[in-house]
Write a protein that binds this ligand. Structure first.
Ligand code: SF4
Length: 240
């Protein structure tokens, strides 16, 4: 016996989807000419680029000069007699948004040599004993430069700061200190005779003086004598 149960009309849903399909705009729906100029314009850009002069920078064989105020590697500057401008105030470290700078200040020492004095590194009360910049963090924004009250910290135009060793990109004070120029004397040594800290910032120190050079020579002689005495004591205590 044939099944007489009415079957639901399958075209009911089809009618709705057909209506939706008709209402949806398709790319083919528009006239062909409407898209044609855009394609031509695209090829125009391609052809224009094909005939443009090719410009290849031959880096690193040829290095182009940077802009004058380029933000490159930092430098810790010196006064004309060689003393360091950094006074270890840590303002640069506080200003750094990337927390890339580490500074540890220490007191300068004006104790005479014969009393075991170690000398001073800056004209201020303190100096930057530890100074590090982590170039894995630095974003070269220059806020540290703005914060520095003594113009100790500036940025150079040097930009080749890539390495395959993370530790090598943490620059220490000896790497950041400006090299000694003519007339400068490597600290520690006293300030120029008769000058105070403020005189250095008023440009009254021009070069290392004879008294400063004698002080350094005396300190080196004392250190050398101490080394010899230590060696002699070691030899005396360990006979062969
Ligand atoms: S570089 Fe300038 S801001 Fe930074 S610790 Fe030295 S003096 Fe202070």
């Amino acid at each position: 016996m044939a099944d007489t149960t009415p079957v639901p009309h399958s075209d009911a849903g089809k009618g709705l989807s057909q209506e939706r399909a008709a209402a949806t705009p398709t790319p083919e729906a528009g006239p062909v000419g409407e898209h044609f100029p855009a394609s031509i314009a695209g090829f125009g850009v391609t052809f224009e680029t094909i005939f443009r002069k090719i410009y290849t920078e031959e880096y690193p064989e040829e290095k182009r000069p940077t802009a004058e105020r380029y933000h490159g590697r930092h430098q810790l500057n010196r006064h004309p007699d060689g003393l360091e401008k950094c006074v270890g105030c840590e303002l640069c470290a506080w200003a750094c948004p990337a927390d890339a700078i580490l500074v540890e200040g220490a007191d300068n020492d004006d104790t005479p040599l014969e009393a075991g004095g170690t000398g001073r590194f800056s004209p201020g009360e303190r100096y930057g004993r530890v100074y590090q910049i982590n170039y894995l963090r630095c974003i070269f924004c220059g806020l540290c430069i703005e914060a520095c009250p003594t113009r100790a910290l500036t940025m150079t135009n040097f930009y080749e700061l890539a390495d395959n060793n993370r530790a090598a990109l943490i620059f220490t004070k000896d790497q950041l200190l400006a090299p000694l120029q003519e007339g400068m004397l490597a600290p520690p040594h006293p300030m120029v005779e008769g000058l105070e800290e403020r005189d250095y910032y008023q440009g009254k120190a021009n070069a290392a003086t004879t008294a400063q050079r004698e002080w350094v020579a005396e300190r080196e002689a004392a250190e050398h004598a101490a080394d010899l005495a230590a060696d002699a004591a070691a030899e005396g205590g360990n006979p062969k």
